[in-house]
Design a protein around this ligand. Structure first.
Ligand SMILES: [Ca+2]
Length: 302
């Protein structure tokens, strides 16, 4: 039984119950302005947009969550412990075995290293195990209307989400995601979903919630469109000379590991991983998780 149904049952029964989550006040001027702008930009029916928004429930805890992301609080040593755990590595080995054909095919088509696809899916959602507990609509409404530092960004994503609902059959009221509104196996934001998602299995839909072929192809396409270069390494111990994978995009990395400072050079493809998530620690975790799983499977080290 869904929590909301339970609450209604309880209200209608013998018990008194606490406050029911309140819905968005669509008469707020900024909400009305958004409805006008999004309806025009995406060609949506104004009444439909207002009706959907009137069913959104802002979540104050989301404001707290976005104000203290793990990437800003933890050292690399601490962050790494969260993502390089044995359970995630073992799940990744099974995942790679199960999806080996798709990963190989996608690498042939795009040049994107399966290690990185596997690393991203492992870090993002533990291979589909944790895809988020917030309604995407609620998350985007909360951050769009009640989190001024990033209001513009999240209202843009809210408009994209409404267009996604119209175009892709994504459920407006039942889709769940992260507190920031990222969805599905690869945690795509709505705008990225619309631009970069790929119908990997050719069934006519781009389904990042339930279709692994689509999710794998979409992660690869995202990286390819952000400049992934076939066959190039990701990290180097020292800065390479220009021309030998060294170019203007290389990144000097110095982080605090469990046993002291670590210095590395992020090469071009490392900076492409950071287009998926701007956190340096995130990209390091993706690289190491994918590499570790590949080694367990006896793949060649890079
Ligand atoms: Ca599909």
């Amino acid at each position: 039984m869904k929590p909301r149904a339970l609450l209604l049952l309880c209200c209608g029964g013998l018990f008194t119950c606490g406050a029911v989550a309140s819905t968005l006040d669509v008469s707020r001027p900024e909400v009305q302005a958004f409805i006008d702008a999004a309806s025009t930009e995406h060609g949506l029916e104004r009444e439909w947009v207002e009706s959907l928004l009137s069913r959104a429930e802002p979540q104050p805890d989301i404001i707290e969550l976005i104000s203290r992301p793990a990437e800003k609080r933890l050292t690399w040593g601490e962050y790494r412990e969260n993502f390089l755990d044995e359970k995630r590595i073992a799940t990744g080995v099974d995942f790679w075995n199960e999806h080996a054909d798709r990963l190989t095919e996608v690498e042939r088509q795009t040049g994107v290293d399966p290690r990185v696809i596997v690393g991203i899916l492992g870090v993002e959602t533990r291979f589909g195990g944790i895809t988020g507990r917030h309604r995407v609509l609620d998350a985007l409404v909360t951050l769009g209307f009640d989190y001024p530092p990033r209001s513009e960004y999240f209202l843009g994503e809210l408009g994209q989400f409404l267009a996604l609902v119209r175009d892709e059959g994504v459920s407006p009221l039942e889709s769940l995601g992260s507190y920031a509104g990222a969805m599905g196996f690869g945690q795509f934001m709505p705008r990225s979903y619309r631009i970069y998602a790929v119908d990997g299995n050719g069934d006519g839909r781009r389904d990042l919630f339930a279709d692994w072929d689509d999710a794998i192809s979409s992660v690869a396409n995202y990286l390819l469109q952000h400049g992934w270069r076939r066959g190039e390494p990701i990290l180097a111990e020292a800065k390479p000379p220009l021309g030998k994978y060294g170019d203007s995009s290389t990144l000097d990395i110095e982080v605090m590991g469990a046993a002291g400072p670590i210095q590395l050079t992020g090469l071009h493809n490392f900076t492409v991983i950071m287009r998926y998530n701007r956190s340096l620690l995130y990209a390091l975790a993706v690289e190491e998780l994918g590499r570790t799983i590949a080694l367990r499977l006896g793949k060649d080290p890079q």
